[in-house]
Design a protein around this ligand. Sequence first.
Ligand code: ANZ
Ligand code: ZN
Length: 890
Amino acid sequence: MTTTGEERERGFDHREVEPHWQAAWDDADVFRIDDDAADPEYVLAMFPYTSGSLHMGHVRNYTITDAFARFERMRGEAVLHPMGWDSFGLPAENAAEERDTNPRDWTMQCIDSMKEQLTEMGFGYDWEREVTTCEPDYYRWNQWLFKRFREAGLVERQAAELNWCPSCETVLADEQVEGEAELCWRCDTPIEHREMDQWFLTITDYAEELLDALDDLDGWPNNVREMQRNWIGKQEGASVAFEVGDYGDVDIFTTRLDTIYGATYFSLAPGHPVAQEIAADNEDVAEYVEMAEAADEDELDVTSGVFTGEYATNPATGEEIPVYVADYVLTDVGTGALYAVPAHDERDHEFATHHGVEIRQVVEPAPGADADPEAIDVQEEAYTEDGVLVDSGEYDGLTSEEAREEFVEAFDGEHRTEYNLRDWGISRQRYWGTPIPMIRCDDCGFVEVPDEDLPVELPEFVHTTGNPLDAAEEWKHVDCPDCGADAVRETDTMDTFVDSSWYFLRYTSPDLTDAPFDADRASDWMPVDQYVGGIEHAVMHLLYARFFTKVLDDIDLLDGVREPFTNLTNQGMVLGEDGNKMSKSRGNGVSPQRIIEEYGADTARLFIMEAAQPEKEFAWSPEGVQSAHSFLQNLYTLAESYADGEIETGGDDANVADYVAREIEATAAAATAEYEDFRFNHALQAVRELVSLLRRYQEATDPDADTFERGLVTATKLLAPVAPHVAEEIWAEFGNDGLLAEADWPDAAAPADYEVERRLVENTREDVRDIVDTVGIEDPETITLAVAPAWKHRVVDIARTADRVVPEVMGNADLQQYGEAAADFAKELAGRANYDEHLPPERERAALERAAWLVEREFGADVVVQSAEEAADDLAAKAEPGRPAIDIEA
Ligand code: ANZ
Ligand code: ZN
């Protein structure tokens, strides 16, 4: 790209450069991946909800995957880096209402503008693989998969609580219920909670595997795995039967069977069948049950409950304990019934205290445990730890663990495992989603829509207070596929989490018309190697996607793929300048659009990637943006001056050139390792250091052209994944024809003994600084560095391995000639904890000679490097391996 003289002064103009290279990448199909590529590196960002504009969180998320994808591509990998649109959901319906349009048009507009923004950021996606979930050619496969899940026995109708507006006569989403008073968002009527039958996917069938497999997901952050473990919530316990009044045996579920002697009341969930039976005979109970069922499950009051007048028989003691119906016992947890032990359970304690029920201790801390048995007062507070049994008849003295085991048999119980995980209710009473492919026939019940009639497409959107699908009379009424009678379509649509549970598979074959994805290719390309997205998806999305993958593998749509995402990174938040979360209401948001216009995409990308490691949060910083921008401008200007022949080259200082050459290699090696580890900020730091070294090189001497150019090219390549446009521009300045995006990554092997040499140079510079400071030398003229003699290196070598340093040194025939001096040095070494690795004297000397120019620049002095033989005796005597002697003349 040619630039005018005027622009040259200002460096590059991102407004020209960025669109130019975006078009060039596009023309060259850089980001396209062939269908027959064998197992490409699959790099994936969570696809965005189609809100219409990208925020900084998106920009960060997508910069991470784009940088990594570009890095892998330059390393020669085939890379799959696709993008799509999570485009169903309630906000589109709301927007359509507000703007007098329809969800489809609104969504498509959002997609257009977001796609433009992604392109402006320079993100390289294979747009041929774009997936849009609100398109019938995608959601038909949701419907098809729903049927396959149903065939596999994984779809059920279950009752679930919904928000119901009695005035609008419609179900409301949680987001449509407003305030503490729970009012309908449209008409301000208090909503009701209604139990209605819904479609569920029985993810609980996979609870055990979803839990177990977490242990092997080494590439996932531990906190996400722990959140999933808690969500699945496995509890190992037991069930035991209590006889309740005349109502027969009622099974309870407990994790603390060891406390059964301390049960002082029994409690049923309001929805338990026996509670319902009692309610039929007892008005108080009936009233309570009705009240409890209308209440919102999320707002539990532990003390709420009613005594039924009935008693339950404790199978351990034969004792009769009062039976309550209480809200805190959940109908769909365990068996919906429990025996309560106020002495050892907090909720039971609170309830018992409120209702005046007895509190009886049956467990105390084991001898030797931290807690003091005397200090525990269960009347005041529940003791919830394990311990040893007391007041438990013949079982006193057993540990809790032993008792739990023994009691199962003793009281005729059963081992039982419970999970917190519930089945996944996918029914939504909304328009903008995938219609559930079922038809309700008065005679046949629910009948599936035949495969050949898929997709069931959404009808035209209509503005209505209720579900537009209910209002779509023509769409709704169909013939029953079984008997031909008049029938009605299911008007529920699917939870949008269904869409995102398998979109990563659709990317492997986005246009396939006879299956959701090509099973062979998907099995070959999966799992995703690097998945990056927000922590807000730690549980639901990631768990559902894992569930889908396992099911698809079990029903042979995949072959041997049981987990979708090998490595997972949750990017941290981008905070506002004030350190708070960016938000509209706080007014601390920074619009990506504005930053792109003002500074360009590369600056934004570089700033974001330098600011912190991907997992960490960071605050927006105008200075940081400025710094990133200046760095890019300066690098470009340096490279351009070189390319234009404005930098004098041809200097013959081989030592300096060698030093720089080694730094170039070392930087490539370090940056590569950091990229591999997703430590982009460290990689970029290394690049900045290399560029600053090149600048010092050019200031210190006329650089060797080859070395200098190699340095610039290496820095540019290492920067290319993060700031790809400027990098292409520099690459072109150097006269390269092809695209840098497709060029080879620099070789990444650190030079031999790089670390040892670096430590030697740094320590030596540090020592010189110390001397100059302490002695207070104003204007050093000559700095002499003398390397230790070979025999001292021998002594250190012996010391590194010897058990007894002094005798071994003294016993060494070669060293005997150094007598006293060798013995003294050996004694000194013997007193040290360890000896760093060091280079032989000749190499140490060469290393110091290479680095001498840095010392010269720093102190404005001449530097002389001497071998021990060349040096004055008293100077050489002070030198140690790895620690040259230093003499400074003012
Ligand atoms: C007796 C007992 C004694 C319990 C004790 C605990 C402590 P966690 O606590 O999460 O492990 N439970 C059983 N069914 C329930 C239901 N439907 N609704 C609410 N709570 C229920 O969960 C297991 C415990 O939760 C069970 O162990 C039971 O109380 C209670 F000192 O039984 B436990
Ligand atoms: Zn209403």
